[in-house]
Design a protein around this ligand. Structure first.
Ligand code: HEM
Length: 582
């Protein structure tokens, strides 16, 4: 027998953008009934293409779903679910690992205010979900209630992250894409290089006081994204002001309750949004004027204003503004958090840093000192360092999709309206290529070499940038930014970072101590080390008081050792004791 709701809805084509949430939820306990798996069920619903409620396990399940089994349910304390649904905490991952092998998909219990969700636990199934996207079987699954609703209000209805209708998403994405493609990135590279150099020089100028790398990288990536968007460097004061507005905007995303009362975070977020939109709208107007006068307009904004598709459509100012707010949000903390982790990884693995430096020497010899597209392509080891950092510590723990119609996944029935959670972090951790490896290849080990083998170079279950039609729009730009940072750092600087800290969950994990870091010119440090090496070879001489050059204790099985090998500068005692020549 068919569910009364379904019988009404099955024949009625419903626009995806207006999925009624009452049809999206499925009863909590109803899914426990396991229905025998049928291997040869068609992937798509044979009878209908529209959106129904189709509660799995219900007596009224539609015949298509009845032919499929429902995934087993995993337990999850609801508080954790609310807090970390997207960030996949350890307990949550353990549930998936337990289910793996026997079950390739699990489902989370329905909690008050949340729908149940299905979670594929293998890369193949995650890719199968992403593959449903262009056909519209799966769409963006950010819930339209609770905290996620704030994304719609603060970013705007035309933002890619908010648009649910697959056709509208594809239309917008096609117009936005060229501003993030290889040609565009090549044109941004001189600015990226100059900006990263400037920030590193500022870090070094702070001397022994050093910087907190986490905060300093946030400033760098915010400066970066604004400069690349606007095509010009932003004066310091304006940058600070815009940074403050942006912080208020992001604070608004978690500023429950979402009621507009003066002085509340939500009120401040709405005001900040207004001003940021004003800033971008003014930029659009200027760019349009310049284009009309036949001038080239640099930056992402210039490219978006000039973008035109095959039918002659152009992006409106509102579409540009809503997506620039998204670009600011998506392209800022993601890169800074990843680079913070990369710095800590390099500090803790001096040999990796050494390899990075050697590669940079070769790259400079082959391509010259400038950061070009060819030079970036040639940085295979730097690429591996970034990808290994993203494997061990992906910033985005999970992405959510929602089924717009019933479909089959790995022999399970996914009813329309089900949230499908793709656990990117868990997938990276359970990648079969190293799941059972030990030593250097153990999943927890930081080892960029694993990414250098032909097998490791394949994406496998590593999906830090998501997948399908909504694959991170800025992935290539982010890689260019992060590799440029590592390249310039490795070429010119030595550093000491305090990695003895707790890593706390936020977007990815951040260091509780902010990762204090002291940067110095590499040449200076190398000279000191060479001097130390030359001196230590003449061990029979009596030496002056050893000079300690920086100090960083590293934990090891046998007590503690100094990561820098305790460089010493030695000179003849006689020389030192002789009175200065008059
Ligand atoms: C380490 C850096 C970054 C990581 C790990 C990352 C990761 C992600 C992930 C996982 C998604 C969701 C994909 C999905 O739903 O399947 C996403 C979406 C997106 N990202 Fe990134 N991102 C990074 C940097 C950037 C940068 C630098 C930009 C912009 C300049 C950017 C712009 C976007 C946009 C616009 C989307 C939405 C795409 C859509 O819905 O069509 N991201 N990113």
């Amino acid at each position: 027998m068919m569910h009364p709701l379904n019988s009404k809805l099955l024949c009625k084509q419903q626009p995806v953008a207006s999925v009624p949430r009452s049809h999206v939820a499925r009863p909590a306990g109803a899914s426990r009934r396991v229905i025998a798996r049928t291997a040869d069920v068609p992937l798509h619903h044979p009878h209908h293409d529209s959106l129904g409620s189709a509660d799995a396990g219900d007596e009224s399940r539609c015949p298509f779903l009845q032919a499929l089994r429902t995934p087993p349910m995993v337990n999850m304390p609801w508080l954790q679910r609310v807090k970390y649904q997207v960030f996949a905490p350890a307990q949550y991952q353990a549930q998936v690992l337990k289910g793996r092998g026997e079950h390739t998909i699990v489902q989370g219990p329905r909690q008050p205010g949340f729908n149940s969700f299905f979670m594929p636990a293998t890369g193949e199934l995650a890719k199968a979900v992403f593959a449903e996207e262009p056909g519209g079987t799966i769409t963006q699954g950010l819930a339209e209630k609770g905290g996620f609703r704030a994304f719609g209000t603060l970013l705007g209805e035309d933002s890619l992250l908010v648009v649910k209708d697959p056709a509208r998403h594809a239309y917008l994405r096609a117009l936005l894409q060229p501003a993030f493609g290889p040609d565009a990135i090549a044109s941004y590279l001189p600015d990226i290089e100059a900006l990263v150099s400037r920030h590193l020089a500022t870090w070094q100028a702070s001397g022994q006081a050093g910087v907190k790398a986490y905060g300093a990288l946030k400033m760098l990536t915010f400066d970066f994204i604004l400069q690349i968007v606007m095509g010009r460097s932003i004066p310091e004061q304006q940058l600070q002001h815009l940074g403050g507005l942006f912080s208020s905007l992001t604070a608004g995303l978690v500023a429950w309750p979402y009621i507009d009362i003066p002085f509340t975070p939500w009120h401040k977020a709405l005001a900040a949004r207004e001003e940021l939109c004003g800033f971008f709208l003014a930029g659009c107007a200027q760019a349009r004027q310049a284009l009309a006068a036949g001038q080239a307009v640099p930056g992402i904004l210039g490219r978006l204003v000039a973008a035109v598709d095959e039918q002659g459509n152009r992006l409106t100012d509102q579409e540009i503004t809503h997506n620039l707010l998204l670009v600011l949000l998506a392209g800022h903390d993601t890169s800074s958090t990843t680079l913070t982790r990369a710095l800590a990884n390099l500090q803790d693995h001096p040999r990796v840093l050494q390899r990075l430096r050697q590669e940079q020497q070769q790259v400079v010899a082959r391509h010259g000192g400038r950061i070009s597209s060819d030079a970036l392509k040639d940085m295979r080891y730097a690429d591996a360092v970034v990808r290994e950092t993203l494997r061990r510590d992906p910033v985005v723990g999970a992405v959510i999709r929602v089924a717009t119609r019933d479909f089959a996944l790995g022999g399970y029935g996914v009813p329309a309206g089900t949230n499908v959670l793709l656990p990117l972090r868990t997938l990276a951790e359970t990648d079969p290529r190293w799941l059972h490896s030990t030593g250097d290849l153990a999943p927890a080990a930081f080892n960029p070499d694993r990414m250098m083998t032909p097998e490791g170079a394949k994406p496998g279950q590593l999906m830090p940038f998501g997948g399908g039609a909504r694959y991170c729009l800025g992935a290539a730009l982010a890689m260019a930014e992060m590799k440029t940072f590592l390249a310039l750092l490795a070429r010119q600087y030595a550093f000491q970072a305090d990695t003895a800290t707790e890593w706390k969950p936020a977007l990815g994990y951040y260091p509780a101590n902010g990762l204090p870091l002291v940067l110095s010119q590499l040449q200076q440090q190398q000279q000191q080390q060479q001097a130390a090496a030359a001196c230590s070879s003449s061990s029979s001489r009596r030496c002056e008081q050893p000079q300690r050059v920086g100090c960083n204790y590293m934990r090891s099985a046998l007590g503690y050792y100094l990561a820098n090998g305790l460089p010493l500068v030695l000179s003849q005692l006689q020389q030192q004791q002789q009175p200065a020549a008059v």
